[in-house]
Design a protein around this ligand. Structure first.
Ligand SMILES: Cc1cc2nc3c(=O)[nH]c(=O)nc-3n(C[C@H](O)[C@H](O)[C@H](O)COP(=O)(O)OP(=O)(O)OC[C@H]3O[C@@H](n4cnc5c(N)ncnc54)[C@H](O)[C@@H]3O)c2cc1C
Ligand SMILES: Cc1ncc(C[n+]2csc(CCOP(=O)(O)OP(=O)(O)O)c2C)c(N)n1
Ligand SMILES: [Mg+2]
Length: 595
């Protein structure tokens, strides 16, 4: 630990008070200021891991009990857990790591949150200011390393700037397009004292995200929507992040238009709504993709035309359509696809205004024209693109997800996932009815998030059931967190769709690399039942389709235990439909018969 003798002597906690202080209260040190600021922000949980440069901060956390600190087993998991908490609650997730390896371990978590626009504050310890740049023990250039994967970052060089910096960090993280903000605090700054003042509000001249959309643009959008012959509403993570699902649902009901959600937007529309065409994109439904390609007016809301959504942009632009794009981040607009009516603003405000203007408008969508469009969409629906052959002696992964969906219908539960085929089956087959219930990594596609996400959510939502649908590859990337679940009594339910393959990689190798399965086979898997038991949990292994429902029921019944369900699934199953990389979104493979 890089704590000098002088620092130890100056440690404020240890100083005996012999005479009353001249001022009413001694000035707090940087660590105490940090804790007070976090308290002022209403922070309830911090996920973290200690080390030399943050020990004063840990000392300050020790002296209070309004913020619960969760000691994870790896810094990546600290950031994922705080990120999962943020996704489920909408609050800013907070993580705390030490300098050097603590920071580098955290980078994957930070980048994951950044790609999906998740509001977070990550506090990182730094070597003392005088040692910065001297290759000090556990020094790394945190600001430099994290710059490309944060919304903003700060290095606090003077303790007097600390409180205002924290205020700015929370403000930046949660406003506008949300994102992770790193605050790098050198060790001496965490020890020096300063007067404490936490500003109520903050003005940043160079940072003023627009909330209200332009009235004139919204008027043009309404005209276009009401005249549309083949309209489509395409919504994404922005609707979830902006808590605008009620407004989205109201607008869809008012217009009667078909609607799709991206992977990040699932739950914004109820899956049971007949107007919902399912997810679109690479593994989206046939009807969702066909409607995307052939619509004449597209209303894109809080969605960023990702390459996994529109496929080959040249193919997408072959059909003429008018695009209205609502996004809080002007740089998202016309980034990948040129749009006709840009509306910069918060999705909630803009949708409220859209609804008001649609209600006020004299015109109404032409019923006959819209119903002809629905006729076409229903034809596409008849392809039943998600149909799969049920297994007689082998468990089909889709069946597991569907059974879980049936058993938890209407229940208060959250589903996290890792990355791979299992993630796509969860997205396609669970049927999310509400936003913030489906928690996964879309933009970075980070294997390993599922368990820490579940753990973070369970802490904040102790009465809800939290399921992690994972693969035997992904779960091993943060499996050590089973230990954290035991320590903090966060009983989560891990459902590992164990196909003995890095399935998504195997699928690509089968389809694109001529079945050359280079290093996608998961050899030497651990005995997951024993592993779960070694961590103090319940392990269950199943291999037959008839065991699926009883095992899931047992898992749910064991409410207060973390349960690891090792489901041996069909190793050859593929995710359909699939749009291969470089293909257009309507050039879908619907099953192996299309190969
Ligand atoms: C294995 C794998 C397969 C995948 N396959 C698919 C697939 O088939 N289909 C699919 O859809 N995705 C798929 N993805 C996910 C994909 O990579 C992208 O993450 C996803 O499509 C992006 O979703 P989004 O457009 O909703 O954007 P997000 O990343 O959720 O971005 C949200 C947008 O909303 C804006 N925004 C944020 N807050 C607000 C607000 N308050 N008001 C207004 N705007 C706001 C942001 O500026 C941003 O532009 C896959 C990922 C993986 C790992
Ligand atoms: C950290 C990380 N490394 C590599 C990848 C590339 N990748 C995407 S899916 C996948 C396979 C996942 O295997 P598993 O967790 O078993 O899920 P399955 O696809 O079999 O359901 C890999 C290696 C990734 N997304 N993240
Ligand atoms: Mg697998």
């Amino acid at each position: 630990m890089n704590m000098s003798a002088a620092e130890v002597k100056r440690a404020p906690m240890a100083q005996p008070q012999t005479t009353p202080p001249a001022t009413p209260a001694a000035e707090p040190n940087g660590s105490e200021i940090l804790v007070r600021c976090l308290q002022a922000e209403g922070v309830k949980y911090i996920w973290g891991y200690p080390g030399g440069s943050v020990l004063y901060i840990y000392d300050a956390l020790y002296g209070q009990d309004s913020i619960q600190h969760v000691l994870v087993r790896h810094e990546q998991a600290a950031v994922h857990a705080a990120d999962g908490y943020a996704r489920a609650t909408g609050d800013v997730g907070v993580a705390l790591v030490t300098s050097g390896p603590g920071v580098t371990n955290a980078v994957t978590g930070i980048a994951t949150a950044y790609m999906d626009s998740i509001p977070m504050v990550i506090i990182t310890g730094q070597v003392p200011t005088a040692a910065i740049g001297l290759d000090a023990f556990q020094e790394c250039d945190t600001v430099g390393i994290t710059r490309p994967v944060v919304k903003h970052n700060f290095l606090v060089k003077d303790v007097r700037d600390l409180a205002v910096t924290i205020k700015k960090a929370f403000h930046i993280a949660r406003t506008g397009r949300p994102g992770p903000v790193v605050i790098d605090i050198p060790k001496d700054v965490s020890l020096k004292t300063a007067p404490f003042h936490y500003p109520e509000t903050i003005e940043m001249r160079s940072y003023n995200p627009v909330k209200k959309g332009h009235g004139g643009q919204i008027r043009k959008a309404v005209q276009l929507l009401l005249q549309a012959k083949r309209p489509y509403i395409y919504t994404g993570g922005g609707v979830v992040l902006g808590n605008a699902a009620p407004e989205l649902r109201e607008l869809c009901d008012l217009l009667g238009f078909p609607v799709t959600n991206t992977l990040m937007g699932l739950g914004a529309t109820a899956a049971s709504d007949p107007k919902f065409l399912g997810m679109l994109g690479m593994h989206g439904t046939y009807e969702a993709n066909m409607t995307m390609q052939h619509c004449d007016v597209l209303l894109a809301v809080g969605a960023r035309f990702d390459d996994r959504v529109i496929g080959n942009p040249k193919h997408f632009s072959q059909v003429e359509r008018k695009i209205i794009h609502v996004d809080i981040d002007p740089s998202s607009i016309s980034k990948r696809v040129k749009v006709d009516i840009p509306i910069v603003g918060d999705v909630k405000d803009v949708l409220q205004e859209l609804i008001a203007q649609v209600r006020e408008a004299q015109a109404r969508p032409d019923k006959a024209v819209i119903s002809a469009w629905w006729g076409q969409i229903n034809e596409w629906r008849k392809r039943e693109c998600l149909k799969y052959k049920p297994g007689t002696d082998v468990i089909k992964p889709q069946h597991v997800v569907q059974t879980l969906a049936e058993l938890t219908r209407g229940q208060d539960c959250y589903i996290t996932s890792d990355v791979g085929q299992h993630q796509m089956w969860a997205a396609q087959f669970y049927g999310f009815e509400e936003p913030r219930r489906w928690i996964n990594s879309g933009g970075l596609g980070t294997m390993g998030v599922g368990l820490p996400y579940a753990m973070g959510i369970k802490l904040a939502k102790p009465d809800s059931d939290v399921f992690c649908i994972t693969g035997e590859g992904s779960i091993q990337m943060c499996i050590q967190e089973l230990s954290t679940c035991q320590q903090y009594k966060t009983p989560v339910k891990v459902i590992s769709l164990n196909n003995r393959y890095l399935g998504m990689v195997r699928q690509w190798q089968e389809l694109i690399y001529d079945k050359r399965y280079a290093h996608s086979y998961m050899d030497a898997l651990p005995d997951f039942v024993k592993l779960a038991e070694a961590y103090g949990h319940v392990g269950i292994k199943i291999e037959k389709p008839s065991e699926v429902e009883p095992a899931l029921k047992e898992m749910i019944r064991l409410k207060d235990r973390t349960v690891f369900l090792d489901v041996r699934t069909d190793p050859t199953e593929n995710v359909w439909p699939m749009v291969q990389a470089g293909a257009g979104i309507t050039e879908m493979l619907l099953g192996s018969e299309d190969l």
